[in-house]
Each structure stands twice: as C-alpha cells, then as structure tokens.
Design a binder for this molecule. Structure first.
Ligand SMILES: [Ca+2]
Length: 309
C-alpha cells in the first residue's frame, strides 16, 4: 500500500512537472530569412522560426505590419519594390501562443537593391492557390476571386504561374501600381500561355480606367481570340500578322520610349513591331494583365519584369 502511494505521488509529481513545463514553455521567434546585412530584391519570402507553441506570427518592416501568418511554416511575401532603392530597413516578427503571450524577435537589417527594375514577379514566393497580393491588385473580377490565383500546376519558370479567368462579359484584369515619374525609357517583359482546355484572348500593357465599368489598355499587346493573331496597341493599333497557338508559352517584350513616344515589340526574341506611335506614360501608369472581353477562359502569366533602360 505504501509502495502504491509512493508511485502515485511520483506519477502525480511527474504529471505536475510536465504540466508546469508545458505551461512555461518559453516562446521563441527569430527571422531566419533574409539574414542580417543582406541585399534584398524583388518579392521575397520573409521567414520566421518559432517554438512549437507559437500559433501566430506578425511580420513588420520598419515597425509597420505587413502581414500575419496563422500556421507554420511562418512566412510572408514582401514586395521590396515599394521601397526606395539602396535604403536600409528593419525586419522583425512577433509570435503569439494560445494564451496570448507575445514575444518580439530581434530585428534584421537589410538593404533593398533592385537597381533599374521597377517590378518583377515569377510567382514562386506565394502559396499555391493564393492571390499574389504582395505585388498585384484586382481591377476587374472576371469569373471571381476563386478562379484567379497562383497555379502550382502550370509554369514558364519554376513551378508556379498566375492564372487569370475571365467571363465573356466581365474580363479579369489584375494590375501593378508603378511610379513612372521621370522615366524616359521603359521595357516590360512577360511570358503568357493560353490553354486549349479553356481558351481566352489575352492582353498586357498599361491600364487606364475610363469609367467604373470600362477601361483601356495602351502601349500593350493583345493575343486576340477571334482570329488567333497578335495585335499591338500604342496610340494606334497594329497587327503583327503573327498567329499564336494554344498551350504554347510566348515571351513578350515591349520597349517604350516616353520621350519620342514610340514602342517596339518582340515576340520570342523576334522584333515584330518597329517604332509604333505610343501614348505618354501619364495616360496610364498601372501595368496590367487581362483576359479579352468577349472571350471567356483562362490565361497563365509568368516571369513579369518591368525595368528602366
Ligand atoms: Ca514561375
């Protein structure tokens, strides 16, 4: 009996110790990427490592919250293009446990280094199925937010692309805000693919809102659904005479001279338009990708890069 009591007491004590240890598990959090002193560019994942009891991590840049992550692995996508080039910034993260205890990590100092690149996205940092909201915003809803997302099954580079799905009478359009002040020459490049399984037409270029339900893309390129040809829209429209094919990735490059108001266009490295009249950058400074009006379906975009030259 005495032995039984001793064992009971021992078991009870061990249980108390375990509960005590669980209850007092110290919260830990630190930024594991990027590392202190590094040069950062583009849209990157900021990653945090925590103790097992963390249930939420809030990420900060210069003490301003940029995102909250509620499941491990804890990370957020950070758009460094929103910050001036060659500037230093402090990254930190706050972790919380179930009891509401909070702990702030040490700060990590990094320098933003994007050079002449105004924006770039290969859609690799995002979670599959998510909206790439570190860099993009919705302009027209198309088939709805459930149908436009980062797709992990189709890609030009890496494993992911941005899939847009539009309706015949409600196009899908997504944009990137750019600061084009003082820019005289700009080039944008991207890859796009229209699947045969649910084909649409596609547009890329600079968007301007004409009224709440109507917009226009200037200094852009259109893969037209109806006749399967590639067109260019500057201040005037021009047909390249080139046909496009389903299930084929195309690399589009457009060079804009905002001083001479001219545009030049390459498809897969071959120049197809020479010195077409272009509109001034003040007309439209939102870079956009879209499905074509009247052609419901899906377009995949990847490897967007916009740079001053
Ligand atoms: Ca990609």
């Amino acid at each position: 009996m005495e032995e039984y009591m001793k064992q009971s007491i021992l078991i009870a004590s061990l249980a108390s110790l375990l509960i005590l240890q669980c209850g007092e598990d110290p919260l830990e959090v630190r930024i594991t990427y990027p590392v202190e002193g590094s040069l950062t560019s583009g849209i990157i994942r900021v990653e945090a490592s925590t103790s097992d009891n963390a249930v939420r991590v809030v990420f900060y840049v210069d003490d301003i919250c940029i995102d909250t992550c509620t499941a491990a692995p804890f990370f957020c996508c950070w758009n460094t293009f929103l910050l001036a080039d060659s500037t230093e910034h402090f990254l930190s993260a706050t972790a919380c446990d179930r009891k509401g205890n909070e702990l702030c990590s040490d700060s990590v100092l990094v320098t933003v280094c994007n050079g002449d690149t105004l924006f770039a996205d290969d859609f690799e940092p995002y979670l599959p199925g998510a909206y790439p909201d570190a860099g993009w915003f919705e302009i027209w809803a198309g088939a709805g937010s459930n149908h436009t997302y980062v797709d992990a099954d189709v890609a030009h580079s890496g494993t992911q692309s941005f899939r847009l799905r539009g309706l015949g009478d409600w196009v899908r359009t997504d944009g990137v805000g750019l600061n084009l002040a003082d820019i005289q020459h700009l080039t944008y490049e991207l890859s796009l693919m229209i699947p045969s399984s649910y084909s649409a037409g596609a547009l890329v270029g600079f968007f301007t809102l004409l009224n709440p339900t109507c917009g226009m893309i200037y200094n852009g390129v259109m893969f037209e659904y109806a006749d399967g040809l590639i067109y260019v829209h500057g201040a005037v429209e021009d047909s390249t005479g080139q046909a496009w094919l389903y299930d084929t990735w195309y690399s589009v490059k457009v060079s804009l001279d905002y001083v001479g108001l001219l545009m030049n266009v390459w498809i897969d490295g071959v120049q197809v338009v020479f010195d077409l009249p272009a509109v001034p950058c003040e007309w439209a400074d939102t870079f956009a990708i879209a499905t074509e009006y009247g052609a419901p379906g899906i377009v995949h975009f990847d490897d967007v890069r916009i740079f001053e030259d």
